[in-house]
Design a protein around this ligand. Structure first.
Ligand code: NAG
Ligand code: NAG
Ligand code: NAG
Ligand code: NAG
Ligand code: NAG
Ligand code: NAG
Ligand code: NAG
Length: 476
């Protein structure tokens, strides 16, 4: 498997995000989503999503089932492996911004695959979306939208890609407006207002009016001029079909302790130190700032973060055992995993075969490090999980499910590697939350991370998408 070499260059968010995100924005990566039906009532001009006449109700058929496809993983995960019939939108990642503001490039994302991507999507009634930016590809977003001249050139460049490849939409994965991303991005205090002007100008173009436009966002609204989140993002909701909130990388190698990669909830966490963000708090932040829930897609992760945690920090022995035979209590003790243990930041475990490695160079020219990312399939391949996606307890793994974040941890006592990740149970909880909260759907980073569609099938069923998506994907 070769992917790791390519990964490091690219924009992915996850891996690298870790080291940089730390102090700034919590959610890292990238990912985007798709169109929302409800936006048709606004000025967005989504063609004719008939299912939802602007009533604001998400019928099952109007929910978005999206995923990002990472072009650089195509040798290991070819486009033909995508479960097309289970998605409404697939987002090819990434076109990256360049120092020539009139230019975006697909270099290093296997651009030769894009025509196949679009045909497979269209054969399956799936919207073919191109994502622009990503962790490593957002360097020149700020200048590309920095003034009207640059916006015009940038829009021309994007629309030419749309036309060249017959794309249905664009996903903007700017990490992040008026905030630090990978560390060498251009940045301006007026990023958010320039971004809005850009989106409005793109919408005003004849060939932009009917595109599906989305943004992959942090768990907080875009930063305004003062560097803090905008309190009114309603105009973005008019210009965009939807946002995909990247609710992952909330905890990782940059954190003070180990913790959940993709918490569903954190308001129930033990103390403010553990309240670093979650789907619940992110949706609250965006809707409070005027972004309708019906245009919010929940970004979900088909991967986890690993931490090096000693067995004494990782495990608590609950003394529920009966020591009727004295001396032999230990064999009867139940070992439970602690939720926010300390970890050894100097000893980052390697992740799976797609993980970033040392000795390469990121888009800022800095050396790459081991990311410690395990895709869901990587957890199976490395013995943490069985092939059905449950913890490999027979193989000595210790599992726990955190009832607040509603995500699992798995621990290998012999290697002292702890992974916080998502499984069928946590994806089901997220799907239920999408349904209960009236969100627009889900978007999974990344399509190739799953194993036998265990995660995908779980969230589709729980959100209510699976009852009709297989046969009715053309509604959006
Ligand atoms: C417009 O783009 C050029 C070329 O990238 C850049 O040098 C310039 O700073 C940009 N203007 C603004 C206002 O960002
Ligand atoms: C968008 O509009 C253009 C021009 O009107 C048309 O050629 C194109 O097919 C439309 N695209 C979609 C996805 O409807
Ligand atoms: C999140 O936690 C709070 C308690 O702090 C609870 O009231 C709420 O129902 C939880 N939400 C979800 C979606 O779990
Ligand atoms: C321990 O023994 C007591 C009484 O013998 C019993 O009620 C209890 O359930 C036992 N607990 C465990 C954990 O086996
Ligand atoms: C505790 O130990 C006893 C005796 O060794 C055994 O019968 C019992 O099943 C054990 N309980 C658990 C929960 O492992
Ligand atoms: C998954 O595999 C484990 C171990 O083989 C087994 O205990 C468990 O019942 C299986 N779960 C399902 C849902 O098949
Ligand atoms: C939506 O999905 C739910 C759960 O799968 C199902 O009960 C319901 O009938 C579906 N409704 C429609 C309109 O498809």
């Amino acid at each position: 498997m070769l992917r790791s070499s390519i990964l490091s260059f690219l924009s992915f968010s996850f891996f690298f995000s870790s080291s940089f995100l730390a102090g700034t924005v919590h959610a890292a990566p990238l990912c985007g989503l798709v169109s929302s039906s409800s936006s048709a009532s606004a000025d967005s001009a989504e063609p004719s999503s008939s299912a939802n006449n602007g009533t604001g109700t998400n019928s099952n058929s109007s929910l978005i089932a999206a995923t990002w496809y990472a072009g650089w993983n195509s040798d290991d995960y070819p486009l033909s492996d995508v479960s097309w019939e289970k998605y409404t939108h697939v987002i090819y990642s990434f076109a990256v911004t360049t120092s020539d503001d009139s230019h975006v490039t697909l270099e290093s994302s296997d651009a030769q695959n894009v025509p196949t991507f679009v045909s497979l999507a269209h054969e399956n009634d799936v919207k073919a979306i191109l994502s622009v930016g990503g962790w490593g590809g957002s360097r020149f977003f700020s200048t590309a939208v920095g003034d009207e001249t640059n916006r015009t050139a940038f829009i021309e460049s994007l629309l030419s890609l749309v036309s060249q490849y017959s794309l249905d939409g664009l996903d903007f994965d700017w990490e992040y407006p008026n905030a630090d991303g990978i560390g060498c991005n251009t940045r301006s205090s007026t990023d958010a207002s320039n971004f809005l002007s850009f989106l409005q100008a793109l919408r005003a173009e004849p060939s932009g009016s009917n595109l599906t436009l989305s943004a992959a966002t942090s768990i907080k609204p875009f930063n305004g001029q003062d560097g803090s989140p905008l309190t009114d993002v309603s105009q973005f909701a008019s210009a965009l079909d939807f946002i995909s909130i990247m609710n992952y990388d909330i905890w990782g190698s940059w954190s003070a302790t180990a913790g959940p990669n993709a918490p569903l909830n954190d308001t129930c966490a033990p103390s403010t130190a553990e309240q670093q963000g979650s789907a619940v708090s992110a949706v609250d932040a965006w809707t409070t700032a005027g972004f309708p829930a019906s245009q919010i897609v929940l970004g979900v992760a088909s991967y986890g973060h690993s931490f090096s945690v000693s067995t004494s920090d990782a495990l608590s022995s609950s003394s529920s055992s009966n020591s009727s035979e004295e001396g032999s209590t230990t064999q009867n003790q139940t070992q439970t995993l602690n939720l926010y243990p300390e970890f050894d930041a100097t000893n980052q475990p390697a992740g799976d075969a797609w993980d970033s490695v040392e000795g390469e160079t990121d888009s800022c020219g800095n050396p790459t490090t081991v990311g410690g990312i395990f895709n869901f399939w990587g957890l199976v391949e490395n013995g943490f999980l069985t092939s059905n996606g449950t913890a490999n307890t027979d193989g000595g793994m210790v599992y726990t499910f955190d009832e607040c974040s509603q995500t699992p941890y798995v621990y290998n006592p012999s290697t002292q590697v702890l992974v916080s990740y998502d499984d069928a149970t946590s994806f089901s909880a997220k799907g239920q939350y999408i349904r209960d909260s009236g969100l627009a759907g889900f978007a999974m980073w990344q399509a190739g991370g799953d194993s036998d569609d265990i995660l995908l099938d779980s969230i589709r069923a729980a959100s209510g998408i699976s009852s009709d998506a297989d046969t009715d994907t053309d509604e959006d």
